[in-house]
Write a protein that binds this ligand. Structure first.
Ligand SMILES: [Zn+2]
Length: 198
């Protein structure tokens, strides 16, 4: 099996932004292009390992909201160790634009993996395949995800079209990896019928 974080879910924690912010964001999101308008940027995320949900406006206009970023850092912590690291907020813009570009601006994203400590990464490398030694997860610059009800291959194509960092596709585990490193792509253990870039 290929994945980054296998440890099971535990507590359910809701981190919810004010309800008004959600309505405002959705009304605005249908009227403006991604990432450059005057509006709130809302993310709805579900952590597949901790069972936590977050629905939060992390950016208003061009200003990231520090309180929201701190909550997201915690949400994306290494759930095995509890370690928290500050994420590159450009990742959130990728997630935000991804949901918009596939026509699901209200969609919830399943987070398969966020931050990994070096020790967690080494443990995963020892027990699974497809884990890079210098993974950008260690730098809090990468997220693995899928979206319920959305073909992960479609999600991958949308991520590639953004041209904003690395995009990995893991068809057997049904998730994509996005990061804010250099623009590149890979498909791990791809079926012969699916060439890289298809
Ligand atoms: Zn990854």
């Amino acid at each position: 099996m290929t994945s980054c974080c296998f440890w099971g879910a535990s507590a359910l924690l809701l981190l919810i932004a004010p309800s008004g912010a959600r309505a405002q964001s959705r009304a605005a999101s249908s009227q403006q292009s991604p990432s450059n308008g005057s509006r709130d940027h809302l993310l709805q995320l579900y952590n597949t390992h901790t069972g936590e949900r977050v629905e939060i406006v992390y950016r208003h206009d061009d200003q990231y909201i520090p309180f929201a970023l701190a909550k997201l850092d915690y949400f994306l912590r290494d759930h095995r160790t509890g370690d928290v690291r500050h994420f590159d907020p450009r990742l959130y813009d990728i997630l935000f634009d991804l949901t918009s570009s596939i026509g699901h601006p209200d969609g919830e994203i399943d987070i398969v993996c966020g931050y990994r400590t070096p020790s967690t990464n080494e443990s995963l490398r020892a027990h699974t395949t497809g884990v890079a030694k210098n993974s950008l997860h260690i730098q809090a610059e990468a997220i693995d995800l899928r979206m319920p009800g959305v073909d992960t291959l479609k999600l991958r194509k949308a991520a590639l079209a953004l041209h904003r960092g690395g995009v990995g596709y893991y068809p057997h585990s049904d998730f994509i990896h996005v990061d804010v490193g250099r623009v590149r792509q890979w498909c791990f253990d791809c079926p012969a019928t699916l060439a890289v870039g298809d």
